[in-house]
Ligand binder design. Structure first.
Ligand code: NAD
Length: 456
């Protein structure tokens, strides 16, 4: 039986609205509709599919403020971030609207005939999204999946369904046919896992925790179902003594405290070369104390609350007062607030240094040379993102090649662009999203040989 869930604003603990939660039968009906719609959607000409995606992008753009305000209320994202996130959905749709007409196969020289390859859509794609970036992660899956001729059922995180539900309405408004993109709000273990067990769903794109990701990958194995996993991270921000320390220290807080640290790419381990350590910490302290942790609806806010009280408790459990170097500030009163916190962690086996905290807590350690920096960076089971700060270009390239992670930046902390590939090494995931090749992950390559020998 379906039920309803109250959506709570994490910045004031007020009920925003209630949302109907689907049950397995409703998930089945949505998958059935998607399978039905798949027959006609794959036959839409590439130019028309492109036009529809462009129109969807334009409709999202014209609702940017509405979507952003929904995310502020549902997820506690700062209004500045939420506008960027809605803009990211617009941009990803626009970028992949160029893809249907360019998704061409090959002609391969062979003996006795002509050999052609075609990219066929998979059919129904199931996307399971987390609560930390509801809009961008929906867009990263749905835009290339639709462009490649698939239909999509999307399950937003239980806590944060509002923007995804609105995106489904906007898709219809843009002229995307019924059944091509549907959103089913519901529980992960029932509705989400149905994408894994239902044989009409041909691929699952999962973004979330490693615990759920492992179950999904194991479940997909039953049907040899295609699966992409975008999981956790514990990324290193490596700062060499020859770097622009002022710039590295000024930007380090935003590389981990953005979205209140609830970011898989958070640079939650800062590694500093020993000779620059004291100076770096001197510069970091005012930068951390200067982060404006305010009501996320306030235009000046740079960091909002955590998503739930449970998440706040989980984050707090990592902080041992003896290790706290310094802290920023946070509002008191209602809301799931946690002040930005910097730990000096000499023990590299501690939970705070090894586990993904998913909150505004960062650990700082010293390293003595390049080899030790790489050793510390790579001792994590994760490998999602990271940064390297140095003025030595040769070292930057050497270290970039040495760090076992999918999305690195040098003298910058920005690792996500819709036009470049994104995904993790090791336990941060399997597969890549975004970039010029994303459609390959939503297509089967078919080889067709046509004999040209004369019949005897
Ligand atoms: P989560 O695993 O609890 O939930 C993610 C989604 O999976 C939700 O929609 C949930 O309802 C669903 N789900 C949970 N159990 C399921 C199951 N057994 N079967 C099917 N679906 C299930 O994760 P979360 O707490 O929402 O998100 C935080 C995690 O996501 C963090 O670990 C973070 O690092 C990760 N993340 C990774 C990326 C990336 O791109 N690598 C991006 C964002 C978040």
């Amino acid at each position: 039986m379906s039920s309803t869930l109250s959506i709570i604003n994490p910045s004031n603990e007020q009920v925003v609205t209630t949302v109907a939660m689907a049950d397995v039968e409703e998930a089945d009906r949505a998958i059935q509709r998607a399978a039905q719609a798949s027959r006609s959607w794959r036959a839409v000409t590439p130019a028309d599919r492109a036009r529809l995606l462009r129109r969807f992008s334009e409709v999202v753009d014209s609702h940017n403020e509405e979507l952003a305000q929904l995310e502020v209320a549902n997820s506690g994202h700062t209004i500045g971030n939420a506008r960027w996130e809605a803009g990211n959905v617009r941009d990803v749709l626009a970028y992949y609207s160029g893809a249907p007409e360019r998704h061409s196969g090959r002609q391969i020289p062979v003996a006795g005939g002509v050999d052609l390859t075609f990219y066929e859509p998979l059919g129904v794609v199931g996307i399971i999204a987390p609560w930390n970036f509801p809009m961008p992660i929906a867009g990263w899956g749905l835009a290339p999946a639709l462009a490649a001729g698939n239909t999509v059922v999307l399950k937003p995180a239980t806590l944060t369904p509002l923007t995804a539900l609105r995106l489904a309405e906007l898709a219809l408004e843009a002229g995307i046919p019924e059944g091509v993109f549907q959103v089913v709000a519901g529980d992960g273990a029932t509705v989400g896992y149905r994408f894994v067990t239902h044989d009409a769903v041909r691929k699952v794109c999962f973004t979330g925790s490693n615990a759920a990701g492992r179950k999904i990958m194991a479940g997909c194995a039953e049907q040899v179902k295609r699966v992409t996993l975008e999981l956790g991270g514990k990324s290193a921000n490596i700062i060499f003594a020859d770097a622009d320390l002022e710039k590295a220290a000024a930007s380090a807080p935003y590389a981990v405290f953005d979205n209140a640290g609830q970011d898989c790419c958070a640079r939650s381990r800062i590694l500093v070369e020993v000779s620059a350590y004291d100076r770096f910490m001197e510069l970091l302290e005012p930068a951390v104390k200067g982060v404006r942790v305010l009501d996320p609806a306030d235009e000046a806010s740079e960091m909002g609350p955590l998503i739930t009280a449970a998440q706040r408790d989980s984050v707090a459990a990592y902080v041992e007062e003896t290790n706290v170097a310094f802290r920023g500030s946070a509002p008191s009163g209602p809301g799931y607030w946690f002040a930005p916190t910097v730990l000096e962690t000499p023990d590299r086996t501690s939970r705070a240094f090894t586990e993904e905290i998913f909150g505004p807590v960062v650990s700082v350690v010293r390293f003595k040379d390049e080899a030790e920096a790489l050793e510390i960076a790579n001792e994590s089971p994760y490998g999602l993102s990271g940064s390297i700060w140095t003025r030595n270009i040769a070292r930057a390239l050497r270290v970039a090649r040495g760090v076992e992670t999918g999305a690195l930046s040098v003298n910058s902390n920005s690792s996500v662009r819709y036009s470049t590939p994104f995904g993790g090494f090791k336990q941060s995931g399997i597969g890549r999203e975004l970039g010029p090749d994303a459609l390959l992950g939503f297509s089967e390559e078919k080889n067709v040989f046509i004999a040209t020998e004369e019949e005897s």
